[in-house]
Design a protein. Structure first.
Length: 126
């Protein structure tokens, strides 16, 4: 419950599949970027047996679009678990900052995420 009180939290629901929440993302607007605090998929949407592909990617694309709308040029940051860093590089175009677990999605990767998940006409004109 504290997550909802302290951060902006968005949910992903796919009405044609279920009324259940399929994914959640918690973010904070920083000075010139959006920081992703938490991203979670419904247990049925994790692993090889998932019903839907791209829950996390759709949530990240949504937040990248928010970043453009806020004037942050699509920039995002997040802390990654070590074992998922390569996945985030491949799936989201994220880059690791130094030897930390902090990763960023830059302007180019954000645009690609948005196009991949929402199509060419969605998102920014930049």
């Amino acid at each position: 419950m504290a997550e909802v009180l302290e951060h902006d939290v968005y949910q992903l629901i796919v009405p044609s599949i279920s009324r259940d929440i399929q994914g959640l993302i918690s973010v904070d607007r920083m000075d010139r970027f959006i920081h992703v605090n938490l991203i979670e998929s419904h247990p049925n949407q994790v692993g090889r047996q998932k019903d839907l592909a791209g829950i996390a990617g759709s949530l990240m694309a949504f937040v990248a679009d928010l970043s453009f709308a806020a004037g942050f040029d699509g920039y995002l940051s997040f802390e990654a678990k070590s074992e998922l860093m390569l996945h985030y590089e491949t799936a989201f175009g994220a880059r690791r900052i130094g030897r930390t677990n902090r990763m960023v999605i830059d302007n180019f990767a954000a645009k690609q995420l948005i196009v991949r998940h929402f199509g060419d006409k969605h998102g920014t004109d930049s």
